[in-house]
Design a protein around this ligand. Structure first.
Ligand SMILES: [Zn+2]
Length: 166
């Protein structure tokens, strides 16, 4: 007779942007970690041989197949919305409508994710926050989502702006 499946991993509760604390099952736990105030840090993998940056985190570099000394690297934010779409069909544990799409990050990473919070459009800046991605009977599926940036970076770096004054 088969062994019963192990219980759902139940890590420390994480804080959502609305202040609620939730204990759940993390999607791709090596690829993100919760920060303070419901924010979230995405973790990519850096290959020491070819310098490729990979998301989600990987044990083998998909560019050169190296598997030695890959390191986790935080993906700096904010991201920039590349594409966004509204899904109008519910599925078990996910209530429609909801928004999903891609955001671009430094290092050439284009990352798929859910969008939460106020409306946001293509080319606008987004922060990464913790979100309940799907309600499940045993524990909610937790992961990252994109939210309109609280303090968006200027579109043009300050150093490139014309100098004012004397
Ligand atoms: Zn590589």
């Amino acid at each position: 007779m088969a062994e019963p499946s192990p219980p759902v991993r139940s890590p420390e509760p994480v804080r959502l942007p609305d202040g609620r604390e939730v204990r759940g099952r993390p999607l791709l736990p090596d690829s993100w970690r919760p920060l303070a105030a419901g924010r979230c840090e995405l973790l990519a993998t850096r290959c020491p041989r070819c310098a490729a940056l990979t998301f989600p985190a990987a044990q083998i570099c998909p560019r050169c197949w190296n598997r030695d000394a890959l390191t986790a690297e935080a993906v700096p934010g904010p991201g920039t919305v590349y594409a966004i779409s509204t899904v109008r069909t519910s599925e078990p544990g996910i209530e429609a409508p909801y928004r999903i799409g891609y955001a671009d990050f430094a290092g050439g990473l284009r990352i798929c994710g859910r969008f939460t919070g106020p409306e946001v459009d293509v080319n606008e800046a987004v922060d990464v926050v913790v979100a309940v991605l799907r309600e499940e009977p045993e524990a909610p599926l937790l992961g990252w989502a994109f939210r309109k940036a609280a303090f968006p970076e200027p579109a043009i770096p300050e150093a490139a702006l014309p100098k004012t004054g004397a």
